[in-house]
Design a protein around this ligand. Structure first.
Ligand code: P6P
Length: 330
């Protein structure tokens, strides 16, 4: 019989019930509770008047969907309840949200989160997701510094995503491999379902929005055209799969072996995806799963963020494919 364990106990076991595992376990349990609430609302979205758009535009100049707002409020408020979370950086909020309640005076962790990634797909019932990464503050105490919440991904303590799909699944790593937990709605628990996830050695899929091809540079055009032939690194034509929801595209490619590309183009010189709460969570997980991620020149985990919503060109997936792409781009 498969080991039955939930996420919190798995985390305690992984870190031998240390102080760190207790603190991380508390933060993760708040993320899990928020995930269950958001998952319930997404699954009911077609039934209650929560579909569609608010009249607001976020810092990304994107229309804020009602579920975006609900997800952001839910995750932020539940993270505020943890005495270990000092601040939250959210895709939906212009600035870092620093918690100053009494319980936070010894809080040491910062959480960056995209509360509902791919939200433009909500109304057409395509899988959406939540991505997060957890850092420990560098300064020992006092007012939080920019250097506390703008850290390179190589300093991350833990990262993960939730994919709200045919089932709700939470995939995470705290530096000891990548593990997937599937929500069993009948008991309201995330149970271990995919222990030690690794990228397959062979790449069979490429994921990119090819409608932007006219705006790419020649190197990217050449690389993507080769994916359609046997000349690419895997020696066989790759299948094109792109759903426009990063969490869903990433999750499929992690399990089946693929490369995801969101290049810069002549309209978006830094690409579209955000470093802190899109690039870094997936880069951290990818390294743990034996893959690699790059901005075309540099390992994403080595990039020092300059600002909260900084964008990067983003290439992530099976190591040999992404390394090969990086070589062709340099
Ligand atoms: P495009 C969703 O808006 C998102 O941030 C990611 O989830 C997704 O990978 C990307 O944008 C899709 O962008 O330009 O292909 O529609």
């Amino acid at each position: 019989m498969k080991k039955i364990t939930n996420l919190t106990n798995f985390l305690f076991e992984q870190h031998t019930h240390s102080k760190k595992s207790t603190e991380l376990g508390n933060i993760i349990s708040q993320i899990v509770l928020a995930t269950k609430i958001v998952s319930r609302e997404i699954n009911r979205a077609g039934l209650v008047d929560i579909l569609g758009k608010t009249d607001k535009i976020n810092i990304q100049k994107e229309e804020v969907q009602k579920l975006d707002e609900l997800a952001n409020t839910t995750f932020t408020e539940l993270l505020r309840q943890s005495p270990h979370v000092a601040a939250v950086g959210s895709e939906e909020v212009d600035n870092i949200v620093v918690f100053t309640d009494k319980i936070h005076h010894t809080a040491e962790y910062i959480v960056h989160i995209d509360p509902l990634d791919g939200s433009s797909n909500i109304d057409v019932n395509v899988s959406v997701g939540t991505n997060f990464v957890i850092f420990k503050r560098k300064s020992k105490s006092g007012k939080l510094q920019k250097s506390d919440y703008l850290q390179a991904g190589k300093n991350a303590i833990c990262a993960g995503y939730i994919v709200y799909g045919s089932s709700t699944m939470l995939v995470f790593s705290s530096g000891k491999g990548v593990h997937g937990f599937t929500l069993d709605p009948s008991i309201g628990e995330f149970l271990l379902s995919h222990e030690n996830i690794h990228y397959p050695a062979i790449t069979t899929i490429y994921s990119v929005n090819e409608s932007y091809e006219p705006k790419w540079n020649d190197a990217i055009k050449h690389i993507v055209s080769e994916y359609k032939t046997s000349k690419n690194h895997s020696g066989k034509p790759l299948s094109a799969r792109y759903i426009g929801s990063l969490v869903a595209d990433f999750h499929r490619n992690l399990l089946k072996g693929g490369i995801f590309l969101y290049p810069a183009d002549n309209k978006n010189p830094n690409g579209k995806l955000r470093l802190l709460y899109e690039g870094i969570p997936f880069a951290f997980l990818t390294q743990q799963a034996g893959g690699y991620s790059s901005n075309g020149r540099l390992d994403v985990l080595e990039i020092q963020p300059r600002e909260l919503h900084q964008r990067i060109p983003f290439f992530v997936g099976t190591k040999n494919e992404v390394k090969h792409l990086e070589k062709l781009l340099c």
